[in-house]
Write a protein that binds this ligand. Structure first.
Ligand code: GLY
Ligand code: MN
Ligand code: MN
Length: 430
């Protein structure tokens, strides 16, 4: 269903940048993800490890990248291992990558069958001091299931106990967080397709439609354009459901008078967009809904202005909290005038705004990056303020994807309707 539109020069360049960050005389190994089991002989849809994809473009399971940049033999400086040819498997699953195909995608000349991996590795490790291994060091990842990388770390430590072990993730993350022009184009394309899905919905949503029917419209638009949803389950949440932040059941009716909160996006070549819009099911906001909507929109606009180099994600989150606090006071949901006090102390504030405003975006929807480090041009962040009033069965969140530039930022979703009047107009022109 999905095609990858990235030239091998991108992956060659990424490997080159990473190799330059390694200590002298090092080996680095990056593994693919596993195919995860479901039940009986079933499996979940395969999703490649983002680090391996970033370095090779290979989407196939049982793939390993081995880097040894100081090797005297140029052929051995980078080797890609792919699963051995298996004619029986081919009958069931179709053609897997041949060495030639894998080489064309990745730009790696030396592609070898995986059964030879341990011999080749052993030979290299006899002459190398440092081994760089990969771990998932995202601050919110629990890593409760052992990955191929983790199994490989155990294997290495058992068989090569006296080498100097290094983490590759800080190096990779320092590269992945700042996007190249090609990556920005891919994210922009994901944003544009997401916008196509949204515009289609504005003509489809009406009282009585089911949340899953809305999701089906999006699936049609994305698959028709040769891609899939971004790497998170879409949230299609009508009425009170909008107040449950990760509502993904999507099986309720969209009722007359509800606001429908939709957090969905498409991906493009594995790069994700991430968008939220909140629309009136019947095409017309009530006075109260519009008031809350415009409060969120002002917080959105006020926060976007502050997303610029030098700021940290934490700074941006504090700015948003302050703006939302002020709006909650105006909406008479919070009483105090001391906004700073609300941000720090009030559990009431968390009730109306229980999340934060921003995260990094890229190959991961919640991409790699450090929240308390000053940002530079090239980072892509989301901006996603919201107000949730469960007593009124009303939740509103707005979310766009923002690229940091040298002079400020660029909203990659600036052409996707967000003003209340424009949304009403589009919904009523069908
Ligand atoms: N869609 C997930 C998020 O907005 O963070
Ligand atoms: Mn988001
Ligand atoms: Mn989102």
């Amino acid at each position: 269903m999905k095609k990858i539109h990235i030239n091998s020069s991108f992956f060659i360049n990424n490997r080159d940048k990473l190799s330059k960050l390694l200590l002298k005389n090092s080996v680095a190994v990056i593994n693919s993800n596993d195919i995860m089991p479901s039940n009986a002989d079933g499996t979940m849809r395969f999703l490649q490890n983002s680090d391996l994809f970033y370095l090779t473009g290979i989407e196939q399971e049982e793939t390993v990248l081995l880097l040894n940049p100081d090797n005297s033999d140029p052929e051995s400086r980078e080797i890609l291992f792919i699963r051995d040819y298996n004619p029986d498997l081919e009958v069931w699953e179709g053609k897997k990558l041949s060495p030639e195909m894998a080489s064309k995608i990745s730009g790696i000349k030396n592609v070898v069958e995986l059964s030879r991996f341990e011999f080749v590795l052993h030979d290299m490790l006899c002459y190398s001091n440092n081994i760089y291994l990969n771990t998932n060091d995202h601050s919110r990842a629990f890593n409760s299931v052992q990955s191929r990388d983790m199994r490989f770390i155990s294997y290495c430590k058992k068989n090569y106990p006296l080498h100097n072990y290094q983490r590759i993730s800080p190096l990779l993350y320092s590269l992945r967080v700042y996007k190249s022009p090609e990556e920005i184009e891919l994210i922009q394309k994901a944003c544009d397709i997401t916008g196509d899905g949204f515009k289609r919905l504005l003509k489809f949503v009406k009282p009585g439609v089911m949340e899953y029917e809305v999701q089906a419209e999006l699936a049609h638009e994305f698959i028709k354009q040769g891609t899939l949803f971004a790497d998170y389950e879409p949230i299609i949440a009508s009425g009170e459901n909008a107040c449950f932040l990760h509502y993904i059941k999507n099986n309720d009716k969209c009722n007359e008078g509800d606001i429908l909160l939709m957090d969905f996006a498409s991906a493009w070549s594995n790069y994700n967009a991430d968008m939220t819009r909140s629309i009136p099911v019947n095409g017309k906001f009530t006075k109260r809904q519009k008031k809350v909507y415009n409060a969120v929109l002002r917080a959105f606009n006020g926060t976007v202005k502050e997303i610029k180099p030098g700021k940290t994600v934490r700074d941006i989150c504090m700015i948003a909290r302050e703006l939302i606090s002020k709006e909650l006071v105006v909406l008479k949901l919070l009483k105090t005038k001391d906004v700073k006090d609300i941000i720090i102390k009030s559990p009431e504030f968390k009730k109306y705004y229980p999340h934060d405003v921003s995260h990094f975006l890229g190959l991961g929807v919640h991409d790699v990056g450090i929240f308390n480090e000053p940002l530079k041009a090239g980072a892509v962040l989301t901006c996603e303020p919201g107000i949730y009033i469960r007593d009124e069965k009303l939740g509103i969140r707005l979310e766009n994807d923002i690229l940091l530039t040298k002079n400020g930022n660029k909203d990659l979703m600036s052409n996707i309707p967000i003003e209340a009047d424009e949304i009403e107009e589009l919904m009523n022109s069908r």
